[in-house]
Design a protein around this ligand. Structure first.
Ligand SMILES: NC(=O)c1ccc[n+]([C@@H]2O[C@H](COP(=O)([O-])OP(=O)(O)OC[C@H]3O[C@@H](n4cnc5c(N)ncnc54)[C@H](OP(=O)(O)O)[C@@H]3O)[C@@H](O)[C@H]2O)c1
Length: 164
């Protein structure tokens, strides 16, 4: 899997550690504006650290967003023109709904929301997943990722629609 984590803070680092430990990546691109706090990932095979979110988009098929809610819209707007039809967008962002994501990138994208809990730091998260209609076709990809970091519960699309 060619994965990028856009906004590698507390949550992003936990996800990165879990994916590396479980050999779940072909390439893993980790982004943040100041790379100092993720220097521990330097030197891992096939792991790239960069401040450039567009590089992450170009090198990856699966984009996991883990920035703070207030930063998400701007980050999403900047990468939106560079998405291709295969990209899977996985948002872990609290309070930023699927319709809001669709409003920026379009409803034709594979969009999945993943809500892990803090036990993700020790690989024992219970992660709830839901998606837009397109994203339902790729929900298994998100399950494969987050099952390596604990357990997942996919919320059926109709129920998801009521609560998204
Ligand atoms: N922590 C959890 O267990 C947890 C659980 C469920 C959901 N969430 C959600 O996950 C998100 C992240 O939470 P967190 O606790 O990991 O927050 P965090 O530690 O603040 O991480 C966010 C990271 O985003 C980076 N960032 C900011 N602007 C950026 C940009 N333009 N491009 C790339 N990276 C950027 C920041 O680093 P720089 O300043 O160096 O760029 C920061 O390290 C939040 O939306 C939260 O609601 C967290």
């Amino acid at each position: 899997m060619k994965i990028a984590i856009i906004g590698t803070g507390n949550l992003g680092k936990s996800i990165a550690k879990g994916l590396i430990t479980n050999n779940a990546i072909t390439t893993l691109v980790l982004t943040k504006r100041n790379l100092e706090s993720i220097a521990e990932f330097e030197g891992y095979k096939n792991v790239i650290l960069t401040t450039d979110n567009l590089q992450a988009v170009q090198k990856s098929d699966i984009l996991i967003f883990a920035v703070q809610p207030a930063h998400f819209e701007l980050v999403l707007k900047a990468i939106a023109p560079h998405l291709n039809e295969n990209h899977i967008i996985i948002s872990t962002i609290t309070g930023f709904t699927i319709p809001k994501i669709e409003a920026v990138v379009g409803a034709n994208r594979f969009i999945i929301r993943a809500m892990p809990n803090t036990a993700i730091a020790v690989g024992k998260s219970m992660t709830c997943l839901c998606s837009n209609l397109q994203g339902a076709k790729r929900i298994k990809v998100a399950e494969a990722i987050f099952n390596r970091l604990g357990h997942t519960l996919a919320i059926p699309n109709l129920k998801c629609k009521q609560r998204q």
